[in-house]
Design a protein around this ligand. Structure first.
Ligand code: RIB
Ligand code: CA
Length: 314
């Protein structure tokens, strides 16, 4: 069973990523680390604590960086609201957060667990910091499966995807780390859509988890419809977790990916060398196809599993 840490900025789709991992019997979610991104660091941390409380799990949550390595923070309230999880009220957090900084939690957990998989679903600030503080943990990280970037798709500028755009210097450190990377970018995650009908079908009478997830996803779907005319809620981050649980949910190509850090118009662009014209060594498995039917079924099953666990008081 793959041992994973999710590094996230909840965020509606980050929440779904956490839920999928927690519900799955195929991954061991060792912990959650949070980073500023969709909202400020205090809000993403609080949101992660609330999500873990909602699903009744006792997963360690460690707070990380409140800003990118060198740039000012850019947030995304237009998609996630002022709280970062607008659309429904989650229960107040009752779990005790981890005492360590996220960066130290990643280092200690990696060293204690032999080999782990990191699943970053926000800006890569914490990951870059951990790799810089303790380069030796590269021997403990078998793969980084990240939601970020895009070969032909973008969302925050015409050139870049949000997670990479917010902290391109961190992304450059991660993509140049030598650790095997799976890049789950917008080319597939903008097609990892849960439609309004599929969201509605999550509803289960008295469902503790689905009762909150449905209005949250309806909020997120409306924001994405209004801004990008998407036909539902793109569960970007959950697809990264899904690809760890069921690798067949995506198809990838092993390519060279470089990060633009100095471009005035192209900051944060993930340049995917699809034809190998640079002659550089490929450093990532880039997701270009997905099985959305399988993905949505995984998401629906996860929510129903968490509803059942809550009902049984597990
Ligand atoms: O571009 C999509 C990514 O940015 C997702 O991780 C979403 O949660 C936001 O962080
Ligand atoms: Ca995210």
């Amino acid at each position: 069973m793959r041992k994973i840490i999710i590094d996230c900025d909840p965020g509606h789709d980050d929440m779904m990523a956490i839920m999928l991992a927690a519900a799955s019997g195929n991954v061991n979610l060792l912990g959650i680390t949070t980073v500023a991104g969709n909202q400020t660091g205090d809000k993403t941390f609080t949101n992660a604590l609330k999500v873990v409380t909602l699903i009744g799990e006792n997963i360690p949550v460690a707070r990380g960086c409140d800003k990118p390595l060198v740039r000012e923070l850019v947030t995304a309230p237009q998609f996630h609201g002022q709280t970062g999880l607008d659309g429904a009220d989650l229960p107040s957090a009752v779990i005790n957060p981890a005492a360590e900084h996220a960066c130290d939690f990643i280092i200690s957990t990696a060293r204690q667990n032999g080999t782990i998989t990191l699943v970053p679903t926000g800006p890569l600030t914490n990951i870059a910091l951990a790799l810089t503080k303790d380069p030796g943990i590269k021997n403990n990280i078998e793969r980084i499966v990240l939601m970020g970037g895009g070969m032909h798709d973008s969302n925050v500028t015409p050139a870049a995807e949000f997670n990479i755009y917010v902290d391109p210097e961190a992304a450059k450190i991660v993509f140049n780390s030598g650790i095997p990377i799976t890049m789950v970018g917008l080319d597939v995650t903008n097609r990892a859509i849960m439609t309004p009908g599929e969201i509605e079908d999550l509803n289960k009478p008295g469902g503790r988890v689905s009762g909150v997830v449905v209005p949250l996803l309806q909020f997120f779907a409306k924001a994405n419809k209004d801004i990008f005319d998407l036909p539902g809620a793109p569960l970007h981050d959950a697809l990264a977790v899904a690809s760890v649980i069921a690798p067949e949910v995506i198809k990838t190509k092993h390519r060279r990916v470089d990060i633009e850090v100095s471009g005035e118009l192209t900051r944060g662009m993930t340049l995917v060398d699809i034809y190998g014209v640079t002659g550089k060594t490929p450093n990532a498995d880039v997701a270009l196809e997905l099985d959305n039917k399988l993905f949505i079924s995984m998401m629906s099953s996860a929510v129903h599993t968490l509803d059942s666990r809550a009902a049984e008081g597990k």
